[in-house]
Design a protein around this ligand. Structure first.
Ligand SMILES: [Zn+2]
Length: 423
């Protein structure tokens, strides 16, 4: 008996060493059902669980075979980090399912669902199984932002179809881009374009000077060039001189004079190059078309104000630009056209009062302002010497006088420099 007793102990030791699963495998019993059996005594759900391995198999088969009873469930998102898969209610943990994993539920038992893994029936806690498929967790959305190509991306920033991919375009420094994502050292722009991230900044760079500058030409005979608006006179430019205009500051253009920042009044700079030789000196005045100027617009009187800067006649104390020549003459004096042309306006205008605007055949446009009345009508042809109106002081005027102004390409010019015009 002593031997028998030893043998029994030996068997128990084997059972202990191999573990129940191995033993049940040896016994050709499915572990799920066997464990359910082993838990009978301790589990609260034991009463509802199959009483024996055999009945459990039978029960599983009967619930599993009629397919309509089974349904597809999903592990809920709050089953973190895993949902335990047990051999029975509170049974041994034999697997773990991630949130979102699909399961085939074949039966329920108390707080538990019985699932068919394809190879075995397992138990998962009901609370963590939903019939609704959980939405795939979205990657955190990238907040789209507007960036700018940095100034040191010279001469261009390459745009590629992927990181280090084919170059599909180029962006100039300062160009605005919409960044929709980041991938390593690269920003992904709208349209799935890749640019090297180092050359994109969130702060808008100052507009590169080169992209906004333009070439203008001096329209005055002698143009003062100053250190600042109304600053010290640094030099003078003659008519036709080309200047590099960088920016407009009030009435002034900031120009780049061989790297120096200087200022000229915008009234004397034109975007169009003046005709070769200019009109100063009278050799080519009226070159744009037929007809020419001759004489004075009024007879007698004196010039009360020349073209150019002057003290504000209305007493503000400021220096103001005077765009024409003022002839101080008596009220009612006849005002004559200096040359042939067409009246493009005859009537009232703020500041000018009653005035006549003539498009002359030679390309200049004349303004005769502060008139008592207009003697011509809009659309009318006039010749040299045709009366266009009579002097008065309408509009912004301090007394009877004719304000006579000439413009070319929208810019006022000094009548004194135009051939045929006598002051
Ligand atoms: Zn005037």
């Amino acid at each position: 008996m002593k031997h028998q007793k030893n043998s029994f102990l030996f068997i128990c030791a084997v059972m202990f060493l191999f573990g129940s699963a191995t033993l049940f495998a040896l016994l050709n019993i499915e572990p799920a059902h066997a464990t359910a059996l082993s838990n009978l005594d301790s589990s609260a759900e034991a009463a509802a669980a199959p009483a024996t391995a055999n009945t459990a198999v039978k029960a599983a088969k009967t619930t599993n075979v009629p397919a309509p009873k089974s349904w597809k469930g999903y592990v809920t998102a709050d089953a973190k980090p895993f949902l335990n898969v047990r051999t029975a209610a509170w049974g041994k943990i034999v697997d773990a399912l991630k949130p979102g994993a699909a399961v085939t539920v074949v039966d329920a038992s108390g707080d538990w669902y019985i699932i068919d893994t394809g190879s075995a029936l397992r138990y998962v806690y009901k609370k963590y199984i939903s019939k609704k498929k959980p939405e795939a967790p979205k990657p955190p959305a990238y907040a789209v932002w507007t960036g700018y190509v940095t100034a040191d991306a010279k001469p261009y920033l390459n745009v590629r179809n992927k990181a280090w991919g084919t170059i599909t375009g180029q962006l100039k420094p300062g160009a605005a881009v919409k960044v929709i994502n980041k991938s390593g050292d690269w920003y992904i722009l709208e349209g799935n374009k890749y640019v090297y991230a180092r050359f994109i900044t969130k702060s808008k760079p100052a507009a590169p000077a080169a992209s906004t500058s333009w070439t203008g030409y001096v329209t005055a005979d002698v143009l003062n060039v100053r250190s600042a608006p109304w600053g010290n006179k640094v030099t003078t430019y003659s008519r036709g001189t080309a200047v590099k205009v960088m920016a407009k500051e009030g009435d002034w253009y900031r120009i780049d004079a061989s790297g120096k920042k200087l200022y000229v009044h915008s009234s004397y700079i034109s975007r169009t190059k003046p005709a070769a030789g200019g009109s100063s000196g009278g050799s080519s005045g009226g070159s744009s078309g037929g007809g020419s100027f001759g004489g004075r617009p009024v007879a007698g009187g004196r010039i009360s104000s020349y073209y150019g800067y002057r003290k504000d006649p209305f007493g503000s104390g400021a220096t103001k630009f005077h765009s024409g020549v003022d002839y101080a003459v008596g009220g009612g004096t006849s005002v004559k056209s200096l040359g042939p042309g067409k009246v493009v306006y005859a009537g009232w205008g703020t500041g000018y009062g009653n005035y006549v605007k003539i498009q002359h055949d030679n390309g200049y446009v004349s303004y005769s302002a502060h008139l008592r009345s207009c003697s011509v009508k809009t659309g009318q042809r006039v010749g040299q010497g045709t009366e266009v109106g009579k002097v008065n002081s309408t509009g912004s005027s301090t007394g009877n006088h004719l304000h006579f102004e000439l413009r070319k390409n929208g810019q006022s010019v000094n009548p004194a420099s135009i051939k045929g015009v006598l002051l």
